[in-house]
Design a protein around this ligand. Structure first.
Ligand SMILES: *Cc1c(COP(=O)(O)O)cnc(C)c1O
Length: 351
């Protein structure tokens, strides 16, 4: 059976390492929330399990209404999906024709080049700055007559810095109004930089913006797969039309709803992760290591050719981290005990 040519050179998505059965290790390889779901969320999921013989609400209407109320936007501008990665695929499916270009930062989220190719479009990667930040002026300059979408990952996975508001404003001023700027804010709840770009504010001013959010990280629901897009209603309708029918399962819908109602607990947990992030960054820098600023729940060690060896030595020490061969290592912020172990283990390593 001939496969699509796009599959031939599709880069693989490499999932973060998991602990072997029976082995104890801190899993700092997938930017997950180290805390289990809240009891109220677990209870809502357990209740909903009794109705699993029924299809879920196809458009996750109750969740969409709740998300809209949470952000103060029109529900017609909210589209839920099976994780924000799926939502991004639906965004691309809604706007890209074969051969269209999608400008994206690189290194960034490894799902991007895969989603772009599967949409039949062409990825145009734009290198990060030496500080591991998105180079938005260079991204604006990479826009051509064939560009349909510019992907903005803020904070950037796997390097950590957030785009600043004036940088995003300049990008939006520079790109034509028929080029979609997709602002992926998977880690927005962890951002503390007051100058960070605000995707929702950009969406209010520019109809060519779509904002992507997820329940996987701050809300701790990575295992359930639910995220959403915020857009102007006409674009949202297009994304909805391109979405998988019944894409958000029933348990994910109730868990996300219950999580939205538990804002206070979510913020307390996120604050704890942000405090650990500061301790991890300060500890690594005190050892003389170069670590870019991070506004997310992970830090980036630009180790170049040493990345793979660092990750395997870390695994042997009980710390699962995510290497990007030849480039660097991403370490998710985990429990305080994981920070302690990482800092004591790296203290003995050459810089
Ligand atoms: C984790 C992550 C997501 C979220 O993916 P889900 O499919 O919602 O779990 C989206 N974008 C980036 C940049 C991420 O790192």
């Amino acid at each position: 059976m001939p496969l699509r040519r796009a599959l031939a050179d599709l880069p693989p998505y490499v999932p973060g390492a998991r602990a072997a059965v029976g082995a104890a290790a801190y899993k700092l390889s997938s930017n997950e929330n180290p805390y289990p779901p809240l009891p109220s969320v677990v209870a809502a999921v357990a209740d909903a399990a009794a109705d699993l013989n029924r299809y879920p609400d196809m458009y996750a209407s109750e969740l969409v209404e709740a998300v809209a109320a949470h952000h103060g936007v029109d529900p017609a501008g909210v589209v839920a999906g099976c994780g924000s990665v799926a939502v991004l695929e639906h965004v691309l499916a809604a706007v890209c024709e074969p051969g269209d270009e999608v400008v994206l930062p690189w290194r960034s989220f490894e799902a991007y080049p895969i989603a772009v190719r599967l949409a039949g479009a062409q990825a145009v990667p734009v290198p990060l700055t030496p500080e591991a930040r998105l180079d938005l002026p260079a991204m604006a300059a990479a826009v051509t007559g064939r560009t349909r979408v510019v992907l903005v990952c803020t904070p950037n996975n796997p390097t950590g810095p957030a785009v600043r508001a004036p940088e995003l404003a300049a990008l939006l001023a520079a790109v034509p109004s028929d080029v979609l700027v997709a602002v992926d804010e998977a880690y927005v709840e962890f951002v503390r930089d007051p100058d960070a770009a605000d995707g929702l504010a950009a969406l209010r001013e520019h109809p060519n913006v779509v904002v992507l959010r997820t329940f996987s990280k701050a809300y701790g629901l990575a295992g359930l797969r639910v995220g959403y897009a915020l857009a102007r209603p006409r674009l949202a309708a297009g994304i909805r039309a391109a979405s998988t029918p019944f894409g958000v399962n029933a348990l994910a819908q109730v868990a996300a709803l219950a999580s939205l109602r538990a804002q206070g607990e979510m913020r307390t947990r996120v604050d704890a992760v942000v405090a650990e992030r500061a301790r991890l960054l300060a500890g690594l820098r005190a050892q003389g290591r170069t670590v870019p600023d991070s506004e997310a729940n992970f830090v980036w060690l630009p180790l170049g050719q040493g990345a793979a060896a660092f990750a395997s030595a870390a695994a042997a020490a009980g710390l699962l981290v995510r290497p990007f061969a030849g480039d660097g290592v991403r370490v998710s912020v985990g429990e305080p005990e994981a920070t302690d172990l990482l800092l004591s283990w790296t203290a003995d390593l050459p810089v």
